[in-house]
Design a protein around this ligand. Structure first.
Ligand SMILES: [Zn+2]
Length: 239
């Protein structure tokens, strides 16, 4: 517990909450800017088990914001490079890697063993699949996204009655998200939103209740706004 001694005086955590963190298994989907930031705080904070999911390899343009990778990692699988760094950061966390695109089959195999899923992917199809499978398995999940100077974050609780799903919150959104490299992303914004996703996940793991709603971050004006969200009647996914 020496490693986590800074957590122990905190209200809501203490040694009991830290032990819960150490007993928690999180699936992290996407090892881009958001996923890199989230992963390092999850692992440094002692998350018990972390399954890293990404099919991609490291490119030079990733290095501006994907802080788990080094120049020498270019061309390596992100899961491999991330595992090396994270395992060195904290040998106590059990790290597993799935180096393939996550679709329904992969999610159905992985999610039942996890306590929480974090979707940090940049892919709308993946996000809808996470929503669908988390609904089916009543699995809580954190949705994190960022673009340009903006971020979005919410904890969805299909394990609780009358809670909204991703479709309830976003409606019938278009089939493709604007892609980050094309639209641009300011490196620290990815870090801030990714670390915020880790904050939500660690609070959940420790047994605290992260704030409800859809949290919108406007980095240009340095402003967080929380929108109330509720279950939508006639939602194509969960109604
Ligand atoms: Zn819904």
């Amino acid at each position: 517990m020496l490693r986590y001694s800074a957590h122990l005086p905190l209200q809501g955590i203490g040694s009991g909450g830290q032990q819960k963190i150490c007993d928690t298994h999180i699936a992290l989907i996407g090892l881009g800017g958001l996923g890199c930031a989230a992963a390092q705080y999850l692992v440094s904070s002692g998350i018990g088990k972390l399954t890293l999911c990404d099919f991609d390899t490291v490119t030079e343009s990733n290095l501006s914001r994907q802080v788990l990778y080094r120049q020498s990692d270019i061309g390596r699988l992100k899961t491999e490079a991330a595992t090396d760094l994270l395992q060195n950061l904290n040998p106590d966390t059990e790290i597993r890697a799935i180096s393939q695109r996550m679709a329904d089959d992969e999610m159905r195999a992985l999610f039942p063993a996890c306590d929480l899923v974090i979707d940090a992917s940049d892919n709308y199809g993946t996000r809808l699949a996470v929503n669908r499978n988390c609904l089916e398995l009543a699995k809580p999940w954190v949705m994190a996204s960022c673009i340009r100077m903006e971020g979005q974050l919410t904890l969805l609780r299909p394990d609780q009655p009358d809670q909204p799903c991703y479709r309830c919150v976003y409606g019938e959104a278009p089939d493709t998200l604007e892609d980050c490299p094309g639209a641009g992303i300011f490196a620290p914004v990815a870090g801030i939103v990714g670390a915020s996703a880790a904050h939500f996940a660690l609070c959940f793991a420790a047994g605290m209740e992260p704030p409800r709603g859809l949290h919108l971050f406007d980095a240009m004006n340095w402003h967080w706004q929380t929108l109330k969200v509720s279950k939508r009647e006639g939602c194509s996914e969960c109604a």
